[in-house]
Design a protein around this ligand. Structure first.
Ligand code: SIN
Length: 541
């Protein structure tokens, strides 16, 4: 049995940042289900937002975050994240991240601008920021003796043991069941951290990598953790629209450099929707594009930056320039066809200000967590920031509690039992359900929602969910089945959360309740137990 002080699930910016700090205290095992670089961090283009310039201010970054969050941010969390931002950016630089420099700025860094920001404050490595951060953190983690990073290891479920909680019995997380090849083993740890990213693959079109199946969210829910604001799925306004492209993002930083959204006729349309025009927040821009597409019947809109010369574009956006060119689109001469796509889960596993979930022994960081920073709509480039700030806070909390944590004796746990499970011979049963879930979510639980569509989605998803649950118990599990089970559950959680919000706020827009509720409130829920089974509303498993 594998045993460590810390078990970290996921190898993006949150997991790696946390691992590097935990390694100063004890042993760290990191598991990641594909290669270590297969993370959403690695695809991030824009950068990391922080107040670095003299003419910028904390108050302005705080205000932009609050405005974007549509009344649902936790103001104290916004304050602490923004205030800690510059220190965390400097720390990344010390670890080896090469942000682009600019001698003309007071900070010495070239700073980009994105929607919803009233200043240039996004430190970047051109349009490869995530890749550069991932490279530096991975290099550092690989060189750290206390960190064991295991690729192709997929977590199946959390290891839970009963624990006295005052006069009641609660439960504690002591690790996870992890699958490698065909074997599933318990990996025990004093602290387990879910850093497994978001859930973009629940939707047909997404900017996310294939790993984004919300494994951490689903495991946390099944274990009984409190979930928050799962209805707030952020759609990025500009994903490249091309038959050979699956999930290629056109960074919002392109609009930050002046690009304009236009229709097929070349006419800009954002003025109709928001006085901030192309630099409005993402919820507004994505909805505007959705509305244009519905009105015109076109398949895409266009992002025009052709007024900038090729030399500038090649230098500032090398990945975007070359990728578009490889598809026959010269962005210095023609507009880029774009559509919105699922991009970021603003809710997630509810945590406190130290990254602790409602389950003892379990932390959640990065996109998996709902910390209170993003509210109803995340401000661009605040996600990498949140990941490093909370990784630091969580490690600090562990450090302060280290005497207690270290003396905790890990209990024995059950080995994984496959029972009478058989091998599933027809993979089509899995693939078909993937497809149905993703289409259902795209068509019924997308940018614009209605009660009717949510009801229909829930009915369909409930049937599929039961079927998948049956497969899970009858057949020998595979990584594909584990992911399918997780996206099915996440789909239901998103639908259920969306049904509970009877208003339009931030990223949740429904034609049935167009106005804002007077009292902003998060959507918080957890599984309800009925004997050995748990329930989501009418569904029992
Ligand atoms: C982008 O570059 O547009 C994405 C940045 C983000 O999601 O914050």
């Amino acid at each position: 049995m594998v045993k460590s002080d810390f078990l970290i699930i996921g190898s993006g910016i949150a997991g790696l940042s946390f691992a590097l700090k935990c390694a100063e205290m004890g042993t760290v095992v990191m598991v990641t289900k594909k290669r270590d670089v297969d993370t959403a961090t690695n695809l991030a283009q824009g950068g990391i937002a922080a107040v670095l310039e003299e003419d910028d201010s904390m108050a302005s970054h705080i205000n932009d975050t609050l405005l974007s969050g549509a009344g649902l941010c936790d103001e104290s969390v916004v304050d602490l994240v923004v205030s800690d931002g510059p220190a965390r950016v400097r720390e990344l630089v010390r670890i080896g991240v090469d942000f682009v420099k600019d001698g003309a700025t007071t900070s010495g860094y070239s700073l980009g601008r994105e929607g919803g920001h009233s200043h240039r404050r996004v430190a970047h490595s051109y349009d490869l920021t995530g890749r550069e951060i991932e490279r530096a953190l991975l290099e550092s983690a690989r060189a750290t003796e206390n960190i064991t990073l295991l690729e192709n290891h997929i977590a199946v479920d959390l290891l839970m043991v009963p624990e006295a909680c005052g006069s009641n019995m609660g439960s504690r997380c002591v690790g996870a069941y992890v699958m490698e090849g065909e074997s599933v083993e318990p990996y025990r740890a004093k602290v387990t951290a879910l850093c497994s990213g978001g859930v973009g693959k629940v939707y047909l079109y997404t900017t996310n990598p294939d790993i984004a199946t919300g494994d951490g969210l689903a495991m946390a829910f099944r274990a009984g953790a409190e979930m928050e604001n799962m209805e707030f799925v952020q759609f990025h306004p500009t994903c490249l629209y091309h038959p050979q492209e699956k999930n290629f993002l056109i960074s919002e930083a392109v609009r930050g450099e002046g690009a304009v959204l236009v229709g097929r006729d070349g006419v800009p349309f954002m003025k109709k929707y928001d006085p901030r025009e192309d630099l409005a927040t993402r919820d507004t821009v994505a909805r505007a594009i959705d509305s244009e597409l519905k009105e015109t019947g076109e398949d895409c809109v266009y992002l025009d930056i052709s007024f900038r010369d090729a030399e500038f574009l090649m230098k500032r956006f090398p990945t975007i320039f070359n990728r578009c060119l490889s598809r026959g689109i010269d962005i210095s001469k023609q507009p880029i066809p774009v559509v919105p796509a699922a991009h970021y889960m603003c809710g997630g596993v509810r945590t406190d200000r130290n990254g602790r979930t409602s389950i003892p022994g379990l932390m959640a960081l990065g996109e998996t967590a709902s910390t209170g920073l993003h509210g109803g709509n995340r401000l661009a480039s605040n996600s990498l920031l949140e990941a490093v700030v909370f990784a630091d806070r969580a490690a600090d909390y562990c450090q302060k509690s280290w005497d207690r944590l270290q003396s905790f004796e890990l209990p024995d746990v059950d080995v994984w039992k496959s029972g009478n499970a058989r091998k599933l011979s027809e993979e089509i049963l899995i693939n078909h359900n993937w497809d149905v879930i993703r289409r259902t979510m795209w068509n019924y639980v997308g940018i614009v929602r209605s009660e009717k569509r949510l009801e229909l989605a829930k009915k369909r998803m409930a049937v599929i969910f039961q079927e998948i649950d049956q497969f899970y118990h009858e057949y020998i599990i595979t990584p594909n089945m584990i992911e399918l089970r997780n996206i099915a559950l996440n789909a239901l959680l998103i639908i259920q959360s969306a049904m509970e919000r009877k208003e339009s706020r931030g990223l949740h827009y429904t034609i049935d309740y167009k106005s804002l509720d007077k009292h902003p409130h998060p959507t918080v829920f957890k599984r309800k137990m009925n004997g050995q089974k748990w329930q989501i509303d009418m569904l029992e498993c």
